[in-house]
Ligand binder design. Structure first.
Ligand code: G4P
Length: 529
């Protein structure tokens, strides 16, 4: 037990994952509306700025300014203190998107009912699975024609490999959407379209056995619902909190974020089923969030795009105890006692300075260039390091050519610093030294960021030549394998990363499999620990 138990137990820190346009922003807005953090939904982030043109850097800069403020949102609801972590999508998809998931204790997966599982959801989902955190599914846009409900669940199970447990069940979709049936209470929550920005329409709860239920559904819909309930009771997995907690079973909810239907019931169930801050693994064992002593790790570093302010913000997740701005902390990797400067938290759309925060919370602190991703901060007198954050596989690669070769030093310095911040990964040709540099990124926007920053911060012009590789693999058993002896496919390239680890680049997944077949004993991985 800790003196902070009350504060810590009411915290819920989760990320929302989805493919762009599935409704993540709309759902977040509705959550905030319930928390009273904003008065009218629709003000989380400017849509116009979110959809920037890649060529217009100033737009990107503005957008990044916005994504700083909206990257973590805190609000209160029903006695809970909720931290939502945004996972940027669109062109802004980057390694940061993956790293954000390292700071969450659970994930909400938003799926468009007419599209099913899409590419970006699949990628983010993999990271959630790796962490064994609970995953909750909200199938959105039921006010539009949706795919067959069983097919949607089947797709989640097959494509993502997680069992599903529908908590409620939709009655029709699109023009014929009538609401959802709650399997536990055996009641229908009736759908009524609401005006954008209002809290909710009149949602009635009617027992399925009540004659009023027949006024809501036509006889065909009712017969179908009864059939589906019967099928479901026989075929679907039972709700099992333990399996949910381990990330092996996802509770599924249906609704329509835009019309604010099914959002509150989702939020209420979710808050009960999800977890308060989880312990974190360190080199001295698990660190209990209820430990009185403060500890945190850095999961994201945001460079300031404004030339006049070359500072950065380091985002850290508090893992145990209480953060008190007036107290000194110890930065383990830097071996230094310090006071964290300008600690900030984001409340809806405004940033504010925080004096205290608790395990589960995220704070952003001013970083004069001392923090790296994965660093541990703890109470003075303690010394341990949290398990590192994996490096995620980039999917786009380019060769970097420096236009003015006289500026070699600035170029090497710049590109290394940007790589250390974690915006890009850099590789060299295996066995050839620093001459040729290959850059790998998770989202193509990072190429523009790199070019812009080298020009503006380091005064170096570069040219990027896109390479055809899409798959990268680390060699898990590099000590046992002779890298020069690896027999690959003709499209394979051997490179090394900043730490000297050997890696293989491939144009397609077929070549990955082929190389594994040709080299028995070779173990390839998609993440680097
Ligand atoms: P994202 O953050 O996941 O990218 O999605 P976002 O919430 O921005 O939603 C994408 C589009 O889908 C928006 O329309 C939004 O209004 C719409 N949408 C979200 N939830 C629902 C829903 O439950 N039903 C229906 N019918 N539409 C939904 P847009 O036209 O692109 O933007 P806007 O002009 O409405 O803001």
């Amino acid at each position: 037990m800790s003196k902070y138990t009350n504060e810590i137990e009411k915290r819920r820190t989760f990320a929302i994952i989805s493919h762009p346009d599935a409704g993540k922003t709309t759902l977040t807005e509705k959550f905030l509306l319930y928390g009273g953090a904003i008065n009218l939904a629709g003000s989380v982030k400017g849509k116009a700025t979110a959809r920037h043109a890649v060529s217009d850097w100033m737009e990107i800069e503005k957008e990044r300014g916005i994504s700083v403020t909206s990257s973590v949102l805190q609000f209160h609801y029903d006695g809970y203190c909720i931290n939502i972590l945004d996972t940027p999508g669109h062109q802004d998809f980057s390694e940061d998107t993956y790293r954000t998931l390292m700071a969450a204790d659970s994930a909400v997966m938003v799926i468009d009912g007419s599209k099913g599982v899409e590419a970006q959801t699949r990628k983010l989902f993999k990271v959630c699975v790796m962490r064994h955190i609970p995953i909750f599914t909200f199938i959105n846009k039921m006010d539009r024609d949706a795919n067959d409900t069983f097919d949607l669940l089947d797709e989640i199970e097959k494509e993502l490999g997680i069992a599903t447990c529908p908590i409620n069940w939709p009655i029709g979709s699109g023009k014929k959407f009538r609401g959802v049936y709650d399997r536990d209470t055996e009641k229908i929550l009736t759908f009524s379209d609401t005006q954008k920005g209002t809290k909710e329409g009149v949602i009635e709860e009617i027992p399925l056995s009540d004659s009023r239920a027949d006024e809501i559904m036509d006889p065909e819909q009712k017969a179908q619902l009864l059939d589906e309930i019967e099928l479901l009771d026989g075929a679907s997995a039972d709700f099992d909190q333990e399996l949910v907690s381990k990330g092996k079973l996802t509770p599924v909810f249906f609704g329509s974020a835009l019309t604010n239907f099914g959002v509150e019931t989702f939020l209420e169930h979710f808050l009960k089923m999800t977890t308060s801050p989880l312990p974190r693994v360190s080199d001295i064992g698990e660190i209990d969030p209820m430990d009185d002593d403060f500890s945190a790790f850095v999961f994201k570093i945001q460079a300031n795009m404004n030339k006049a302010h070359r500072d950065r913000i380091a985002f850290m997740r508090i893992c145990s105890g209480k953060f008190d701005a007036s107290q000194e902390v110890y930065h383990v990797q830097g071996d230094k006692k310090m006071r964290l400067l300008q600690p900030q938290q984001m409340m809806a759309e405004s940033r504010h300075v925080v004096d205290e925060a608790y395990a589960g919370d995220i704070i952003g602190v001013f970083d004069p260039g001392i923090f790296s991703i994965g660093d541990t901060i703890c109470a003075p007198g303690k010394k341990f390091a949290f398990e590192g954050i994996p490096t995620f596989a980039p999917e786009h690669f380019a060769r970097v050519r420096q236009i003015d070769t006289m500026k070699r030093k600035q170029f090497v310095k710049g590109i290394n610093q940007i790589a250390q911040e974690g915006a890009i990964q850099i590789f060299q040709e295996f066995n050839t030294g620093m001459e040729e540099i290959i850059v790998g990124v998770v989202g193509v926007l990072q190429f523009d960021v790199l070019k812009y920053r080298l020009e503006n911060e380091y005064n170096v012009d570069i040219r990027l030549e896109t390479l055809p590789y899409e798959h990268i693999r680390w060699i898990a058993n590099k000590e046992e394998v002779k890298v020069d002896k690896i027999i690959g496919t003709s499209d394979m390239k051997k490179v090394t990363d900043l730490k000297g680890n050997p890696l293989l680049l491939f144009v397609n997944s077929w070549s990955v499999g082929m190389t594994e077949d040709r080299n028995p004993g070779l173990i390839l991985t998609e993440f680097s620990k």
